[in-house]
Design a protein around this ligand. Structure first.
Ligand code: BGC
Length: 249
């Protein structure tokens, strides 16, 4: 059994968990630490090192799901983290913090890949869009199970503002929106995404997906809508999967 550490950096917490790479299952509990405000590089590196030290049973590569465009280990955007991440070699930072090979992938792409492999998207053909509702809105687009990476649809303008400024999980909390008010906004976002990409299925993930039973019935689209099967663990599992597959290449 090959145990790989997956880490998911969110706006409020950095979650880590051990994944059995052969069954693509989380083994044991997720351990989380608070995200240093804005995730400055040095503080983030220290937090990553402490998370790695928490799981001594994992000695192989480490995967990190990060909330930005990630191209060949380099972070290219910084919407919800400090601007110093733009152009930073995140994979090198992770590798140095972990003391072994580190691989970095966009957080929604990681979650989506995990969902397509072992979660709500398993066996789904056609166009599938995974969306994560957390500090921002993350997107991952699949055609017949293959990912188009870094789609960044949370920044699509809807009614004069970015989708994630209208309807992220954070906006719901900060503005004190009840489920009907928030879902009305999410439905606008889903309608726009459907008009442009016509997915057959939306998978709803991110922190808020833990509470899908409370709001899922209020969501509307021409496409099917399902909650992430792995719920908030999807990013951790996807990050580990990415590390495991990248290390093998
Ligand atoms: C970032 C994306 C990320 C999403 C969810 C957006 O602000 O630009 O890269 O996937 O938030 O964290």
């Amino acid at each position: 059994m090959s145990l790989i550490l997956g880490i998911d950096l969110g706006g409020s917490s950095i979650k880590a968990g051990v994944v059995d790479a052969s069954s693509v299952r989380l083994v044991g509990d997720i351990h989380a630490v608070p995200t240093p405000a804005g995730a400055p590089l040095a503080e983030t590196a220290a937090a990553l090192a402490s998370l790695v030290a928490h799981f001594p049973e994992c000695t192989g590569p480490v995967g990190l799901a990060f909330p930005a465009v990630v191209s060949h280990g380099v972070t290219r955007t910084a919407s919800n983290v400090v601007p110093a991440w733009i152009g930073a070699d995140a994979a090198a930072l992770l590798t140095a913090a972990a003391g072994r090979p580190g691989y970095v992938v966009n957080d929604a792409d990681a979650a989506g890949v995990a969902e397509m492999r072992v979660g709500a998207g398993r066996g789904e053909r056609g166009a599938v869009m995974m969306l994560t509702f957390g500090t921002g809105i993350g997107s991952a687009l699949f055609v017949d199970g293959r990912l188009w990476p870094n789609t960044e649809l949370g920044h699509l303008m809807i009614d004069g503002q970015e989708a994630e400024h209208l309807a992220s999980g954070r906006v719901r909390t900060v503005q004190g929106l009840d489920w009907p008010a928030w879902c009305e906004r999410v439905n606008l976002v889903l309608a726009r995404y459907h008009a442009l990409f016509c997915p057959d299925l939306f998978i709803i993930g991110g922190g808020v997906s833990e509470r899908f039973e409370e709001f899922g019935g209020l969501l509307r689209s021409q496409a099917r809508i399902v909650p992430a099967g792995l719920r908030h663990a999807a990013g951790v599992v996807g990050a580990a999967l990415y590390a495991s597959e990248s290390a093998r290449d």
